[in-house]
Design a binder for this molecule. Sequence first.
Ligand code: FAD
Ligand code: FO1
Length: 480
Amino acid sequence: MSDLILFWHRRDLRISDNTGIEKALEKNKKVVGIFCLDPDILQGDDVAAVRVTYMIGCLQKLQERYTQVGSQLLILQDNPVKAIPKLAATLQAKAVYWNWDVEPYSQQRDAAVINALQELGIEYLEKNWDQLLKTPEEIRTGSNTPYTVYTPFWKNWSSKPKDAPVKIADKFEGLTAEEQEIATKAGVVELPTAKDLGFNWDGELIITPTEEAAKERLEEFCSRAINEYQEQRNFPAIDGTSRLSAALKFGVIGIRTVWKATEDALENSRSDELEANIRTWQKEIAWREFYQHAMYHFPELEKGAYRDTFKNFPWETNEAHFQAWCEGKTGYPIVDAAMRQLNQIGWMHNRCRMIVASFLTKDLLINPQLGEKYFMQRLIDGDLSANNGGWQWSASSGMDPKPVRIFNPASQAQKFDPEGEYIRQWLPELSSIDTQYLITGKITPLERQAVGYPEPIVEHKKQQQMFKQMYKQQKEKVQA
Ligand code: FAD
Ligand code: FO1
């Protein structure tokens, strides 16, 4: 057996600030990366072309980075449960290391890989956390249960010290030429393009797929927009958020690096107001952790509603309504603008994610799981925990203590897109409509016809009453 340690990347597509790589290098300098293109994930029905395009771009850069440090990133394209132990055995690796993840699929995949490695007598790194500032085991209530409400979670989580970014040496040892040949025979392939894998995304990406781009974005955000985040983050026409979500989903930037930037910003802030803005952004980072902890402790969330009232909710089946929502053709300008943003750039502003999710569930009375899946098929940052958490929050089926939350699209647009800038950007056909009609949606049938914009497919007021009625009945049924 050689001294080789294989480091298996999954959603930590970087070398720097990587806790698993740090542990591997503590054991040995001969650390070689692997990424396994997993058919079970890539052939699933919840993958977005834009997301895979971003991921492959990050892998290209990661390969370059491994070359710079004197090692390699090997690409496999097979079931990891088979392919990883096989490669490790062929190369006579001493160990396979990787960072842990919260997703149910990940738990099951990793348990099977561990089994196979144990049978081969190959070491592995047990449950090493990297993508979270605090692990699910660390943050528990006074009675030692997981939190199901965000505010007390935040109180506990924010009071705990956070680790500094880990420093990684920039000199590794890689495979010899002979070992590389052996690796190729054991299934290592050239990195394909996203198109080779059947994912066609011809649009731009909202963030360049490199660690440098994520770091620059973080630095820029922390020197500017973070100072006005509390207010500006609500206005979709303003570039007031970090747009780091895809980089965070794939671990293209380390979470400790991100946190340190916020701590530095806090240290440099000269007023309570600035401090409050930075804290608000930290609270969003904590939402990310809250939902990941929730998915870890309650994997059944993946399958549907957390609250009993919503477990067998009589959602409507209306394919035409669902299609109209997907395509941004509901006749409600703020909803349609948001869905067109999603379809065109693979990202949607958070305020609008809440508006369209409320509209699908509370106005169209359609099962949130359909919306959740559509988001996963379109988002560059699509992430099981955050997406599921967001949808369950909007559908009122999740851990949020508020019984029912209904957004009125017109009031939302009046408040958060008062000049109609966002609507005009994504619905150019409505650009000549007066702002007050645009944001209230009071566009005449004649005007709609003239520009080819649809009539509202449902009436908000009526649907809202229907939803409340359905909710009341269902609640009584569950309590009986
Ligand atoms: P910023 O405002 O700059 O926030 C910084 C980071 O904090 C984000 O990059 C993200 O990692 C995290 N974050 C912020 N808000 C939330 C939140 N509410 N929940 C969890 N993490 C958060 N986020 C995803 O990363 N992937 C998803 O698939 C996803 N689906 C969502 C679906 C719905 C219905 C809703 C309401 C929200 C969803 N979110 C999701 C959360 C949020 O909308 C995005 O994280 C955010 O819009 C990304 O933009 P940003 O990076 O500029 O965020
Ligand atoms: N991880 C992998 O190890 N291999 C893949 O091929 C892969 C594809 C992929 C596509 C979309 C996406 O959102 C994530 C993807 N990931 C992939 C990362 C994935 O989130 C992690 O592997 C999780 O641990 C799975 O539960």
